[in-house]
Ligand binder design. Structure first.
Ligand code: UT7
Length: 326
């Protein structure tokens, strides 16, 4: 017994920032960004908070699942950019949607959605008929240094959500972590303790792009092969691979190495950029609303990011109210 995905939702900020607009204040170009990453534009918060995006995504996912917030047993949010440390993002959502259940946040950077699915699976073992809301949301525009062209052109803001109900659709899931504070790192608050030895404070995320690139391709290929083996499936059995939307070239490289055709790797990176842990559930919701997910399809998911963390899974798509009525 694991779960089924019964509803999906997502929310992006209204403001769209094109590559050309970035070129107006950075030494960069549409040509460089498009050819190196596949990104053409991204959504960036202006007046919206991460709570707003998360609540919108949650409401859409609950509506799709046909479930009232008061029926939820658990809310898990994955984020590295909450509006507040306390209350947690999940508690803010719980209050806004009128849920009554426990709620907590997790931090597994861009792999957060896969980590949340794994935690949820454990919860279903405890209580089979649970109803769980997962929201993966990040406002990376708060964490990037907008003077650093090597990072700020990549990241963006958004939230994706799923509602999980009793079912048997998760075929295999695998998480990894390899502690590393050099390849991707962002500091927490420094405070003003009169007792602390203060060091120069850098509030921005820093990343060694090429190292992450190599890590991303090799870990996704390894993790996807592992979850295929765990579920006794072959590459050819997979209908769609939802890979973390970090770089179109990473999608192409994983597709080539896995010998899974490129057309099975849908992508929204051109208009969403890298929304960290939100990227896979946003893409899932877009595909669901576009009628591209058919009941019975076998989906693979794979994510990688700061930590360093990775996660992958194989999941059968049963369909939500949206996909079953298209
Ligand atoms: O969510 C998970 C975390 N992130 C990732 O998965 C990112 C993984 N890494 C990547 O996607 C790629 O490594 C990047 C897109 C970050 C960079 O692409 P690259 O092909 O590895 O470029 P590079 O870092 O080797 O830089 C090539 C050149 C450099 O100039 P020089 O030294 O050759 O003169 C950079 O300074 O491109 C320059 N550059 C830029 N030029 C124009 C770096 N950023 C930019 C920019 N515009 N925005």
């Amino acid at each position: 017994m694991s779960f089924s995905i019964s509803g999906t939702g997502s929310s992006l900020p209204r403001e769209i920032v094109t590559n050309q607009r970035l070129g107006s204040f950075l030494d960069t170009s549409d040509e460089w960004i498009k050819s190196r990453t596949g990104i053409q534009e991204r959504h960036v918060c202006t007046e919206e908070t991460l709570r707003d995006l998360s609540v919108n995504a949650a409401i859409d996912a609950l509506a799709d699942a046909g479930i009232e917030a008061a029926q939820l047993d658990l809310i898990i949010c994955s984020t590295i950019t909450p509006d507040h440390f306390v209350p947690s993002l999940s508690c803010e959502v719980q209050k806004a949607i009128g849920a009554l259940c426990p709620a907590f946040d997790i931090n597994a950077a861009c792999s957060g959605f896969l980590y949340a699915l794994d935690i949820a699976e454990g919860y279903f073992k405890k209580k089979k008929d649970s109803k769980i809301l997962i929201i993966s949301a990040d406002a990376m525009s708060k964490l990037v240094d907008w003077r650093d062209r090597s990072i700020c052109v990549l990241f963006a803001d958004g939230a994706g959500a799923v509602v999980l109900t009793q079912g048997n659709d998760l075929k295999a899931i695998k998480l990894t972590a390899k502690g590393d504070d050099q390849v991707i790192a962002a500091n927490g608050p420094q405070g003003n303790s009169p007792f602390a030895v203060m060091e120069p404070y850098d509030p921005f995320v820093r990343m060694s792009g090429q190292e992450v690139y190599r890590f991303a391709v090799s870990s996704s290929v390894r993790d996807l092969a592992n979850v295929l083996e765990m579920s006794n499936l072959q590459e050819g059995d997979i209908d769609i691979v939802l890979l973390h939307q970090a770089n179109a070239r990473i999608l192409e490289a994983v597709s080539a190495r896995m010998k899974i055709p490129q057309d099975k790797f849908p992508s929204n990176i051109a208009h969403c950029g890298n929304t960290s842990s939100a990227s896979i559930p946003i893409l899932l919701d877009e595909l669901n609303r576009a009628g591209k997910l058919k009941p019975g399809m076998m989906l693979a998911m794979s994510a990688f990011g700061g930590g360093l963390t990775t996660g992958a899974c194989i999941l059968r798509w049963q369909g939500t109210n949206l996909s079953n009525h298209q």
